[in-house]
Ligand binder design. Structure first.
Ligand SMILES: [Mn+2]
Length: 448
């Protein structure tokens, strides 16, 4: 799958025998997705262990999968009226503090069941036990990520979907660091006069501790601009009421509130991040560190794209069961993460030796393919790129290696607009992996 990632088994495997074996593996109920994910998590945690701290981005997504007759054991995804089917998934994605992804720390998949009404019509969702709700999957992923690594070295990043009472309490109990974007104007512990106090009102009176600028690209109903952000920070006591069991817990957290000031175009809402965190916020640098952490959360959106539709195209699978689709998607998650890691390493730390990411046969293949490309016959009147040289497999750095991989994938340089992306890197990597395999087989034959 690493050599030829694709949504369909027939694209991944060339021979009938290989396909048959792939189907048997994926459909074998003795193959547990948990064991596969655990192996991935251990490899990722091993890599993370050399770093002082890594981000653990938690985010939900869904795989929309083919189920024309509704006979597969998939569930509903997206809005009911669209009728799409597939699987829901929560991932924990490890990212270095420099913004370079490391890999998948955990995944939890489930198929949405038709809602069974327990109580009278209109039973309040907030009153249902946590275990019944999808929140339990978020908690499972948070716990599993912590179990596979040293929690004191993790900094969890969670978007607004994860702003739930049980989630905040679970993160608090872990001894890990966390940033959760607030979704609710939460109730705080009452002030001296006993009046009700809410998060937003209290933060509006907090001290301004920093300013920063952020480039906002144009998007649907959004004008491009350099937004000026004003940052306030404070410590608050949340009053978390348990509507299921009754009672309430208080939780002391720091809050960093970044809000656009004076640069919002007419008709748009100002950028607004209300971040709940247990990181220290004593200095302006601390506060900007919390904002930077949340900016790194975006990496998981790129990963989702590469995994679901881009390089790996998992959503194209025609597999018949949740079990097989889960195994297939889990394995592809590792493939997508590798392409994303190479992409960001080449941008962030191009001077790092390539040997930490690519095996010797892979580096030999890069050199051989580079040699071939540099000696291609020229078109009449064409000019050779004289600046390029065949890289040394022993000493090449990751920036050079990825630039070559992208060229093999059809990247034509900066004229195409921006550095190489995961699709072109993934395509080039396929060539390299075939070359590496040939090299390894030849080596083995020589030793015989
Ligand atoms: Mn989300």
């Amino acid at each position: 799958m690493m050599r030829k990632p694709a949504g369909r088994i027939t694209e991944v495997f060339k021979s009938a025998a290989m396909r048959e074996r792939a189907y048997r593996f994926l459909e074998n109920v003795a193959v547990e997705s948990g064991a596969l994910i655990s192996a991935m998590a251990r490899a990722v945690a091993g890599r993370a262990a050399t770093l002082p701290m890594v981000y653990a981005v938690i985010d939900g997504s869904s795989l929309t999968l083919a189920d024309p007759r509704g006979r597969k054991d998939f569930g509903q995804v997206g809005a009911h009226r669209h009728g799409a089917r597939g699987l829901k998934v929560i991932s924990a994605y490890a990212v270095e503090m420099t913004g370079v992804p490391i890999g998948v720390l955990w995944q939890s998949y489930w198929a949405r069941q038709k809602r069974r009404r327990v109580g009278p019509k209109g039973t309040d969702n907030r009153r249902r036990a946590v275990r019944e709700k999808e929140t339990q999957h978020w908690l499972d992923v948070v716990q599993a990520a912590a179990q596979h690594s040293d929690p004191t070295k993790l900094w969890y990043l969670v978007d607004r979907e994860g702003d739930a009472r049980v989630m905040l309490l679970a993160l608090h109990a872990l001894r890990a660091r966390f940033t959760v974007r607030s979704s609710w104007n939460r109730l705080l512990v009452a002030g001296k006069n006993g009046g009700r106090r809410y998060l937003r009102a209290v933060m509006a009176r907090a001290a301004v501790v920093a300013d920063y600028g952020v480039e906002v690209p144009a998007a649907h109903k959004r004008l491009a601009r350099r937004a000026k952000m004003r940052v306030r920070s404070s410590t608050v006591q949340l009053l978390l009421k348990d509507r299921w069991h009754g009672g309430a817990t208080t939780l002391e957290l720091n809050v960093v509130w970044a809000r656009e000031a004076g640069t919002t175009p007419r008709g748009e809402k100002p950028l607004d991040w209300m971040l709940l965190t247990n990181a220290t916020v004593g200095t302006g640098d601390d506060v900007l560190g919390v904002i930077r952490s949340y900016q790194a959360r975006w990496r998981i959106e790129d990963f989702h794209k590469t995994w679901k539709s881009g390089h790996c195209n998992v959503e194209n699978t025609q597999l018949h069961s949740m079990h097989a689709a889960t195994i297939f998607a889990t394995m592809h998650a590792a493939v997508a993460a590798r392409a994303e890691r190479l992409k960001h390493l080449a941008r962030n730390s191009p001077d790092q030796p390539a040997s930490t990411e690519l095996t010797l046969p892979e580096r030999m293949a890069i050199a051989a393919l580079a040699h071939e490309l540099l000696n291609e016959p020229l078109a009449p009147g064409g000019r050779r790129q004289t600046k390029l040289v065949v890289p040394d497999p022993e000493t090449m750095d990751i920036g050079t290696a990825v630039a070559w991989i992208a060229r093999f994938g059809g990247y034509t340089g900066k004229s195409s607009g921006g550095p190489p992306g995961a699709i072109v890197i993934g395509r080039g990597l396929q060539e390299v992996l075939v070359g590496a395999r040939v090299y390894a087989v030849l080596q083995a034959l020589q030793h015989k």
